[in-house]
Design a protein around this ligand. Structure first.
Ligand SMILES: NC(=O)c1ccc[n+]([C@@H]2O[C@H](COP(=O)([O-])OP(=O)(O)OC[C@H]3O[C@@H](n4cnc5c(N)ncnc54)[C@H](OP(=O)(O)O)[C@@H]3O)[C@@H](O)[C@H]2O)c1
Length: 316
């Protein structure tokens, strides 16, 4: 049986992504073999492919390298002492982060402890949309200790992280404000957020008295959003590139501020899958690309205007 994978052959434009054939992996003790149905595409995959960031630095002498951290699929083989799952179980996971990757594969061996059961009522598409983006959303809100009644401003609410962050914050009974472009205003309202079109005016002219800022944009947009905050507000800035600058400025203004690096946590993925299963969270999937069209999938992420998530169908 063949195991096709998508590899970064060298750092550069999306066209450096190529399909390669690898041997079928055998699960070691404590591992299971997953037949991957869908792999999620994240901005970090695109950044790494371009040769930027920590995962690229760690893998520069290790090309071709298979990216991908989000998978959903089916357990098709059990290693010794792997007893959490049965053959045929639907699973999802946030795997190999940040150095190993490997999710852009038709088959991958994963330690069983990093996987979550996908409930029957959750599709494998929805499950693949959740691991990295969903956990980033939850961890950012946790860091800011969002409470009932808090006014929470989430920059880039329509993106992979943002659309989950809005729903989790709304479920926690926060009053949620967000920024997006015209095309996403109605969508943001359906999630329960007050949306501001950032093309019209800076958010600082529209929103005030904010308790918590979750910044998913960075740079000037984040610096402007600091003007929306009330005394004692908390800032979590998620894009790593500008985190130092935003935190420095926020602290100068008297706010609590921190950057973050998402930390894979299977229990958190269990909780997100549960929220989807009971209808508290709905994943938005802009498009599923066949694995053969991964170049287009990366180009879409590079537009910076993806609504929700982009997935790869790894079996066609
Ligand atoms: N530190 C970490 O551990 C970590 C983890 C995950 C993600 N990240 C970073 O966090 C950021 C967000 O990730 P993501 O997966 O959500 O990205 P994404 O899905 O690619 O974000 C796309 C969204 O950004 C919105 N957007 C673009 N420019 C905007 C602006 N100036 N103001 C408001 N919205 C804007 C777009 O909405 P419109 O089309 O409406 O403009 C689009 O819906 C990325 O920089 C990513 O690398 C960091």
């Amino acid at each position: 049986m063949e195991n096709k994978q998508i590899a970064i052959t060298q750092f550069g434009e999306p066209e450096v992504l190529a399909i390669q054939s690898a041997p079928m992996p055998e699960p070691k003790s404590g591992e299971v073999l997953v037949k991957v149905a869908f792999a999620g595409v994240n901005p970090i995959d695109v950044k790494t492919r371009a040769g930027l960031g920590w995962a690229a630095a760690q893998n520069k002498d290790n090309l071709p390298w298979v990216p991908g951290y989000d998978i959903s699929g089916q357990v098709v083989s059990l290693g010794e002492q792997a007893d959490r799952f049965s053959m045929g179980d639907n699973v999802a996971g946030f795997i190999g982060f940040p150095v190993t990757g490997g999710g852009y594969s038709q088959y991958v061996c994963v330690p069983e402890g990093v996987l979550s059961h996908v409930p029957d009522s959750v599709t494998l598409e929805a499950a693949a949309a959740l691991p990295l983006a969903g956990q980033t959303a939850v961890q950012a809100l946790d860091k800011a200790t969002v409470r009932e009644g808090d006014r929470v401003l989430i920059l880039a609410g329509a993106g992979g992280v943002g659309h989950i962050a809005i729903q989790v914050a709304v479920a926690a009974k926060a009053e949620v404000f967000t920024t997006c472009s015209e095309a996403n205003l109605d969508y943001m309202a359906t999630l329960g957020a007050h949306a501001v079109n950032y093309h019209f005016a800076p958010v600082s002219e529209r929103v005030e008295e904010v308790d918590v800022l979750i910044d998913l944009v960075g740079g000037d947009a984040a610096l402007d959003a600091l003007k929306c905050l009330k005394d004692g507000a908390q800032v979590v800035t998620v894009p790593t590139l500008s985190a130092e600058l935003i935190c420095e400025k926020a602290k100068l203004l008297g706010f609590e501020a921190t950057g973050m690096l998402v930390d894979p946590n299977p229990q958190q993925l269990d909780a997100l899958l549960y929220m989807v299963s009971v209808g508290l969270v709905k994943t938005e999937i802009q498009q599923v690309y066949p694995m053969t069209q991964v170049v287009d999938a990366h180009k879409q992420i590079e537009t910076g205007h993806t609504r929700g998530k982009i997935l790869l169908d790894m079996q066609c």
